[in-house]
Design a protein around this ligand. Structure first.
Ligand SMILES: Cc1cc2nc3c(=O)[nH]c(=O)nc-3n(C[C@H](O)[C@H](O)[C@H](O)COP(=O)(O)OP(=O)(O)OC[C@H]3O[C@@H](n4cnc5c(N)ncnc54)[C@H](O)[C@@H]3O)c2cc1C
Length: 401
């Protein structure tokens, strides 16, 4: 039956394409379908560098058709309904597909509407976000043209993809303004929903030094709820000492905003969602990546409830685990591959220098290189700017990294 696949992959982003490619390298006879509506494939990690004016946005976009493995079937459609009891999915076109095994990897949803006023002012009036392809280039326009005043960088309360991105761009902006000789005219604020600058102490210590050097004022455990472009005001909420929510505000001359994020709505409304997760992510076993209740479903990438940092670097370690366990499942063998929670966050601390933070579920540093990675290095900047993009398009998406 042409609408049935042995393995059905939902989402052909970083996780979906790299896993499909790896599966087919292991067994070219697998019958794999990939559902994804997007004609384009995006290399999102470079959008920070686009916002900093050192990477061409065009180089982050390629045609999806060039990355769908030859032996897989691309279904250009979007999944609307998941029916795991009947091993089927229904797409927005109304078409139905069934599967023996399903791999869920449709990424994360950007909830722009959760910050009142943000959507209407994004990309103009000195409000930008590197989380949107359309506005990342505007971030650079804003940084370049800033003449001083108050600059606000926001980070939501919810988990997000690349937890470092909201402050990476702040360090680069501050470095640019320092070199331009205007930093003493800049009043820089970081409004963050997190309680600390970075969850892993060893890397946080380095960043605390960078924050201090840049005279950046940090506000932790605050929830940005509104951006009013008519008065150039950011509104945020925080708890006072009595546990009551209080609303405060700050005017801005420059604002880099990051939207709250959650599982895509079709995941949230389906039985695969984790009922105990406020953001609706797919409920999986964080080691085997198998669904907690539907054994023929696996999930990886930004959509899962694995308590790791949501990055492409994490997917690089999750994908081989999912591939091995899916193949074991198909053969009716025990699942032996385990994901350790590894993730990496390449944090540029200034133009030309970067700290490669690597860690696992226990928030312990897991450094790859034979030097102290808490120290920002030029070689790591080159890794991020030149090596990783090449690796992504030429190796990771081909399943050969
Ligand atoms: C500004 C920024 C900076 C970042 N920096 C880094 C970094 O330095 N290092 C790093 O490792 N990571 C970084 N990331 C994170 C990284 O890009 C993501 O973690 C990664 O792309 C997640 O892969 P994914 O396959 O889960 O989702 P995605 O790559 O987002 O792909 C999801 C796919 O699912 C498809 N889809 C969506 N809905 C449906 C549906 N209903 N049906 C079918 N298909 C659907 C989409 O079209 C898309 O192709 C950054 C991200 C951003 C935005």
């Amino acid at each position: 039956m042409e609408n049935h696949f042995q393995i059905l992959i939902v989402g052909g982003g970083n996780a979906g394409i790299s896993s499909a490619a790896k599966l087919l390298l292991k067994n070219k006879n697998l019958n794999i379908g990939i559902i994804d509506p997007s004609e384009k494939h995006y290399y999102q990690p470079a959008w920070t560098l686009v916002g900093a004016g050192v990477f061409d946005i065009k180089k982050t976009i390629k045609n999806q058709k060039n990355f769908i493995p030859e032996k897989a079937t691309w279904i250009k459609d979007a999944v609307d309904v998941l029916d795991p009891q009947n091993n089927t999915v229904i797409c927005t076109s109304g078409k139905k597909f069934s599967y023996d095994v399903m791999i869920l990897c449709p990424g994360i949803q950007l909830d722009w509407d959760k910050i009142k006023g943000l959507k209407d002012t994004l990309g103009k009036n000195n409000v930008s976000s590197n989380y949107s392809l359309a506005t990342a280039p505007y971030t650079w326009e804003m940084i370049k043209n800033f003449k001083g005043g108050r600059a606000i960088f926001t980070n939501p309360v919810s988990p997000i993809k690349c937890g470092g991105a909201p402050h990476k761009i702040m360090y680069l902006a501050v470095d640019y303004w320092r070199k331009k000789g205007i930093l003493d005219k800049c009043d820089v604020h970081y409004l963050s929903g997190a309680g600390v600058i970075f969850a892993v102490k060893e890397y946080a210590d380095t960043l605390t030094g960078i924050v201090k050097k840049g005279n950046i004022k940090t506000h932790f455990n605050v929830n940005v709820v509104e951006i009013d472009s008519s008065t150039h005001t950011v509104y945020y909420e925080e708890k006072n000492e009595n546990g009551e929510t209080v609303r405060s505000s700050m005017t801005y001359d420059f604002c880099h905003a990051v939207p709250p994020q959650s599982a895509p709505d079709f995941i949230k409304k389906s039985p695969v969602t984790d009922p105990n997760n406020a953001y609706g992510y797919v409920e999986i076993n964080p080691k085997t990546m198998q669904h907690a209740r539907f054994p023929n479903i696996f999930a990886l990438g930004d959509c899962s409830n694995a308590p790791c940092s949501k990055t492409g670097a994490a997917i690089r370690k999750q994908s081989p685990v999912v591939v091995q366990n899916v193949l074991s499942f198909v053969r009716n063998e025990p699942l032996t591959a385990e994901y350790t929670g590894y993730s990496a966050c390449p944090i540029p601390t200034q133009y030309g220098k970067l700290m490669l933070a690597e860690f696992d579920y226990t928030n312990k540093p897991t450094m790859t290189f034979p030097f102290d990675q808490t120290k920002p290095k030029r070689s790591m900047w080159i890794l991020k700017k030149n090596v990783l993009p090449w690796l992504y398009w030429n190796k990771i998406l081909k399943g050969t990294d």
